[in-house]
Design a protein around this ligand. Sequence first.
Ligand SMILES: Cc1cc2nc3c(=O)[nH]c(=O)nc-3n(C[C@H](O)[C@H](O)[C@H](O)COP(=O)(O)OP(=O)(O)OC[C@H]3O[C@@H](n4cnc5c(N)ncnc54)[C@H](O)[C@@H]3O)c2cc1C
Length: 387
Amino acid sequence: MSLFPESQDITKDITESVRGWAWRNLMPGADDRDETCTFDLSLYRRLDSELGLMNTTLPESLLGADLDITAPIAAIEAMSECDPAIALSFLSQELLFSHQLYHTWKALGQPLPKRHADILRQKRISGMAMTEPNAGTDVLGMSTTATQTDSGFVLNGTKQWITNATVGDVFLVYARTGEQRRDISLFLVETRAEGVSRLPCDKKMGMRSSPTGILTFSHVALPKDALVGTLHEGLRPMLRNLAVERLALAAQSCGIAKTCLNTMRDYARQRHAFEHKIADFGQIQKFLAESYAQYRAMRTMLYETVAETIQSAPQASLNADATKIFCAKGAEDIARSAIQVLGANGYSHAYPVSRLYRDAVLLSIGGGTNEALQKNISRLLMTDSRL
Ligand SMILES: Cc1cc2nc3c(=O)[nH]c(=O)nc-3n(C[C@H](O)[C@H](O)[C@H](O)COP(=O)(O)OP(=O)(O)OC[C@H]3O[C@@H](n4cnc5c(N)ncnc54)[C@H](O)[C@@H]3O)c2cc1C
């Protein structure tokens, strides 16, 4: 019997089917893929061929399932119980690319250009490129430019730390289009375009089987229909999608936390010291009980904020920031506790907790660092009297 009954009906079916599949298909090779930094393309493709997980928030006309963001978020949570790295690559395609592309046009009340719709139907590996070597948190300091020409735009610049960069065919790329700091626009860029080159980033601490790379654009000619949404108005889709990304990263945190919690529970039940189960010791009980309480709070907060985001509640973006910092810290704390409860076994590769701990650290950095989100939250608390 599971210790963790699902509290949200809407997530139940997806969670159960993805979780079962993930434990059968993702968990067995996850350590090896991590060790060798291998992105397993055929395994990745099965997320769609066997689970139907791509384009979940898109309409049926785009080969989607017409569901709200609860669906991919629940899937990401369930996958992250076993392999947060493959979940990260999925997150980039499903939410940072497909969801963002479709919903940017939908928010404007405009139909998708035909080429955009065709690309979405092809479900090609994709992602989103915002960060640059010298502009991460300070995203508006980006130096990639898209200069208007008679036939479209010319793109120049470098994006770094881009998930799926070395394996993807198409990316949403943010670039500067005017003199003002906020003059940012969003573009659809195919990696086969002349002038696009890519390289892998340095070996990472965690999320190692999710490929992270550098995309360089050297005088890349983009057609007019590469523009996504309105010229100079890229900040709107960026901020809207960052809230969704933060919830998805919080979902990764919940998945990691659950496996670490279950692992330490099972270990504490069977490991003996001084003729007792270690679960009989108060200090081990503290690790278990506090981790369980933290996990329950994380998960409740996550799905409450997902619901607020779907309803466009005024506080949704603030609460997405709060959810992400709370859940990222929770995943790291719980994974660290699991390592402690398992002793040397936790520190080794005998159990997945050390891998999950390394993966969890990304969740305080990607999609906005903890410090950036603390600033956002504090600013809103100071200025919004409704809170
Ligand atoms: C595995 C991985 C996958 C990623 N995938 C993508 C992707 O697909 N697409 C994409 O665009 N990006 C991606 N990123 C990049 C990620 O979003 C950035 O790393 C993140 O936004 C932080 O930027 P930075 O690393 O440049 O850190 P910096 O912005 O340089 O920050 C360095 C430190 O300074 C702090 N800091 C910065 N500004 C302030 C401030 N004003 N006040 C207080 N502290 C501050 C930060 O919190 C941090 O501690 C990925 C990163 C990783 C590691």
